[in-house]
Design a protein around this ligand. Structure first.
Ligand code: HEM
Length: 182
């Protein structure tokens, strides 16, 4: 199974870029279109203005009861009604990565309630987490979300809550890229 994905920003692709905002840290070059390809960047023929890549993986923090709740509520990507998407690349600080796994989990859930907060927005928001850090990429994570236009306000509300959390004190770069299906 190929679990590598490339997000190609440029002049072609199935998603039109509506907004590209640096929430914190250095911005990226604005582009008109985004193409999502299920292949590593090394195998691409399309170049684009920039390419961000990541891979899907096993969970790191979610506990059994959370996995059960997520599976019961979440829906998959590519729903016909999900004509809106967000690509939010995130880089966390060296302080975060210097913590132990149990310290990170404590900040992520006990202090920040990331999963608990997020669960309230399922199944309207569909999500996929991509890991990039181990590929030597500029971001640690490429987070991807899909939803119907009428759930945009709910998604924005979710972002306000997460960005106010203890976990986000460790976010040193975040870009909020909003997309609409062509
Ligand atoms: C990780 C749930 C929304 C950014 C996770 C994990 C869960 C989760 C369960 C842990 C995965 C693991 O165990 O490895 C949710 C749910 C959401 C949501 C249910 C509701 C839609 C968001 C949003 C963002 C985001 C809106 C970004 C703005 C991240 C990041 C990680 C993560 C960066 C990786 C954290 C790390 O490993 O340090 N999410 N999330 N999530 N989520 Fe969310």
């Amino acid at each position: 199974m190929n679990n590598h994905y490339s997000f190609i920003g440029g002049f072609e692709g199935q998603w039109q870029v509506n907004r590209c905002e640096a929430v914190i840290g250095e911005p990226i070059e604005p582009v008109q279109k985004l193409n999502v390809v299920n292949a590593p960047a090394s195998q691409l023929t399309q170049r684009g203005t920039w390419v961000l890549q990541g891979f899907t993986s096993n969970v790191r923090y979610a506990e059994r009861h959370e996995i059960a709740q997520l599976r019961a509520r979440q829906e998959g990507l590519n729903r016909p009604t999900s004509t809106c998407a967000a690509l939010i690349p995130i880089k966390k600080s060296p302080e975060w990565w210097a913590l132990s796994q149990d310290e990170r989990r404590a900040i992520f859930e006990a202090q920040s309630h990331h999963t608990e907060i997020g669960l309230a927005y399922l199944p309207e928001i569909a999500r996929q987490l991509h890991h990039s850090r181990d590929l030597g990429e500029p971001f640690d994570f490429l987070t991807w979300f899909e939803f119907a236009p009428e759930h945009t306000a709910a998604f924005d509300e979710l972002l306000v809550k997460l960005r106010a959390s203890e976990e986000w004190k460790y976010v040193e770069r975040e870009i909020d890229i909003r997309l609409v299906k062509n």
